[in-house]
Write a protein that binds this ligand. Sequence first.
Ligand code: NAD
Length: 372
Amino acid sequence: MSFELIKHHGDHEEVLFLNNSKVGLRAIIAIHNTTLGPALGGTRMWNYKNEDEALVDVLRLSRGMTYKASAAGLNLGGGKAVIIGDPKTQKSEAMFRAFGAYVNSLHGMYITAEDVGTTVKDMEYIFMETPYVTGIPKAFGGSGDPSPYTAHGVLMGIKASVKEKLATDSLEGVRVAVQGLGNVGSNLVDYLVAEKAIITIADIDKVKVKKFEDKYNLKSFSPDEIVTSECDVFAPCALGAAINDESLPKLQCKIVAGGANNQLAETRHGDALKELDILYAPDFVINAGGLMNVFVELEGYSSERAIDKTTQVYDNMMNVFRIAKQENIPTERAAMHLAQERIDSIGDLRKHHQGRMSRPFSTLKEMTDRQK
Ligand code: NAD
């Protein structure tokens, strides 16, 4: 059964099942593709119903990381890990250190990070056993919270989208509806205020809404209303699937560009956005700022360089729009083409050259040094 699932969900290079009953660890590490570099992706801890559900999740997420890193122009591959269990009650130092030891045994083929259900503290335990972990506390030379960098990348993606669709370089007076005022959304609002955009907001958490209404005198909508409110840019920054069968026919925006993962319920919803002449900034391209930030951590962290790197999202997005126009295809599909093409062409180069490019794990020396 597992082999069939692996084949069906992306034909991964390696899938490892980890079991240590002494510390209550049951986990899976999936390495999808290391053509461009070591597979990087967070460790999710979740109360999965069964092992198959966990396996499908880790296969799907790790494959997504391959395309995200490639489209971002990073020398990283795609991987992900899941720990099966309740993050509220089943965590322990021993569990994360045991997990860290498994990660270490892969010698840098897989580098982990925080994800849903895991925290900076958990990364600290992993770091006790392996240097192959990012998102560790700043005190340990890490990069800390990636959200401000994700938000900065999203701002760049919104700017590119506005340039493409509204033919202007400025966000002044551009109406942006931000759905979700969490780590990414709140930082994005701060950036948009500085750009003099006309911002509307929504969150299911009324305290967050009130905070931003008061701070910047912003207009708010209910969580349902914001999706279909009249605006230039709808920026989903909450959970996934904001664009679905129900919301699509009611959209009144010109652009969909926000930080959330999996904004399209299905790929066909991206095709439908094209039909409606709504420009879609593919989520895995626009929200890559957080990944860029941890990539900078691999090189030796500097916040200035991380912010600088996230400005690249603008050009990446413009590239996607160019391909979409040239081939007359939806932007989501154009982004997949761009990512796949880079993997194929760099993979071909590796076959023929023995230069720096042929050492995908060259950043790892610095990582190992970091822990000495
Ligand atoms: P978060 O949990 O801090 O924020 C999510 C916010 O959305 C919360 O305030 C929540 O109350 C709100 N929300 C939930 N459902 C809503 C709804 N129906 N309508 C309005 N608001 C709603 O999460 P985050 O870290 O800000 O991440 C937001 C999204 O961006 C997620 O999809 C995440 O996967 C994605 N993302 C985050 C990062 C990062 O660096 N944090 C990086 C890449 C992608």
